[in-house]
Design a protein around this ligand. Sequence first.
Ligand code: FPP
Length: 236
Amino acid sequence: METKLPKHIAIIMDGNGTWAKKRGLPRTLGHKKGSETLVSVAKECSNLGIKYLTVYAFSTENWSRPKDEVDYLMSLPHSMISRYEEDLMRDNIKLRFIGFRDRIDERTKKEIDRIEKKTENNTGLELLVAFNYGSRDEIIKATKEIASEVNDGKISVDDITKDYFSKKLFTANIPDVDLLIRTSNQIRISNFLLWQISYSELYFTNTLWPDFSKEDLDKAIEAYNNRDRRYGGIKK
Ligand code: FPP
């Protein structure tokens, strides 16, 4: 059977802390190893011809973690961009950060803006890093924007369609997620892309994110291939 590739894969990269604890290492080292896994998975998606990959790197709820862990996670965009800038250009990857910019420090914001501009015309994999992201807040933000437009007479209530609403989300113009993967044996969505995963296939694995390999990705895609997506209809 021919492999059907998901166009858009989303990943909840869970288990970095557990991976570190099992080795008696600080949690930050789990995130360090996890960030290396992210690089290899992005390259693999790019090689396979996946068009969109969205990863959950920092949620709006992660601020409640210990300060040294938050500081480490906040430092990752800057250090990873410096380290992998040439690879992104060579592999033709378009990098974007989705989420709220308000609590992100100026230096990181500048670096994010710079790399988004630099890679915006790349035509290969589009890598979306959800950073200070929360889906309910994203939906509220969209709702407020639309309410203001109605209030100002720019649109009427009947103009509010699913398409219109989608375009107000951070993922505007990006197709819905086909396959959502969560690692580390946690069967939850955790406020990730609630609107965008309405019809996604869900794949959960016990593998901890730092251990997630090319074979694990292949297995998830194979499982996706074996699903029968009906979108509420019946089998054709
Ligand atoms: C969840 O594991 C993981 C995170 C909250 C962070 C994920 C971040 C990366 C993989 C690095 C890439 C980041 C950027 C900014 C590019 P956990 O800490 O909840 O693990 P546990 O459940 O085992 O404690």
